[in-house]
Design a protein around this ligand. Sequence first.
Ligand code: UD1
Length: 430
Amino acid sequence: MQQYVTRGGNPLVGEVEIGGAKNAALAILAAAVMSDEPVLIENVPDVRDVSVLLDAMKRIGAHVERIDRHTYKIDGADIHTLSVDYEFISKIRASYYLLGALLGKYKQAQVAFPGGCDIGSRPIDLHLKGFRLLGANVEIEHGLIKAEADELKGSQIYLDKVSVGATINIMLAASMAGGKTTIENAAKEPHVVDVANFLNSMGANIKGAGTDVIRINGVESLHASEYSIIPDQIEAGTFMFAAAATKGDIMVKNVIPKHLEAISSKLVEMGCEVEEFDDAVRVVCSKELKSTQVTTLAYPGFPTDMQPQITTVLGIAQGTSIVTESIFENRYRYVDELSRMGASIKVEGNTAIIYGVEKYTGAHVSSPDLRAGAALVIAGLCADGVTIIDDIYYIQRGYEDFEIKLRSLGAAIEITDSEKEIQKFILKTG
Ligand code: UD1
């Protein structure tokens, strides 16, 4: 089993290049099968979630050609199966985007019902409500969601809760439904806008993405396109908080600074300097970190996917901080691991009360999910001594070359596969 091993204490200094947004890529790749002509997609991150989705797409008959590490040509002309197996949906929930894509294109699809997740119950009632309002008959039988329609008809759809997944899935199906669809109370995340831009580049007619009302005029077919995915806001934010934790100075390159505003303002409140450039942000943290308060919210609020990282950094800030998680109910499972490293954090319901400690101390911890895993790496990079992080499989789901990028900034971190390799690392860095 692979582990990360880190020795903390090195300030992270230098430049890091951010890859394409994982959550945009998952939706855009699924959407690409809606065209019967080849679609070229650039800036696809080389992360495990993307490989799983590409495998699922191949299984249903899509042609997937890897042009280079970050570029794929997808051709959905020969899709022969409209059913996505549990094997894929159990590995990544986002393969449910194939439901919206296939339903839109073929008016019929079935995918396994996504299971529970480590960060709390994750219902998909709003996705299904949207498909039904578009005229599909949606049934859940034997663990499968089956959706079909003679024809899909545009409709007015109000989302009771702001949901990224439901907004995108409904947008996919509605882009090939007859007539006009309006999605109200839509999610405004940058990757929702990216998916709409991509669909429009294939000939869809979607307006208003990025606001809370999206208007879609259905079209009969989607054509060939070339598209480059936006930079990953969460990967960028993770490096920005790593700079804060290690009192570093990082130029985070290839980003859209506007997408990082909520993250940048919290860093400024905590006493860091954040300088914005056209496509980069520089984070310099030389002073003692200050406590603050944060509530996770849908975009443009502070992202829930940055909650473990900010909590971890606030754990070594002066004073008492409060973090409120308003999106997912079970997103503090990493706090027990952080406590093993000396954190003093009390979780009550969806609130974490963080009493800042002077420093973390290295320990053997395990990564409970993707973003929490990244947060534990940040803790390891600023801790006294050596930290071993198990279950890095989760981290690799969403971060490309994480340890390589961190090492280029001066971090002492390696992937190890055995006790012997850990001992070698300890000797080398000790
Ligand atoms: C996406 C992201 C995830 C991020 C989350 C919130 C992907 C692949 N994943 O997840 O990284 O943390 O957005 O920014 O893009 N809800 C319902 N019913 C539904 C759907 C959602 O009640 O049908 C609730 C959820 O339980 C949650 C909230 O709505 O409380 C937001 O979830 P949603 O935005 O849908 O998250 P995902 O799309 O699953």
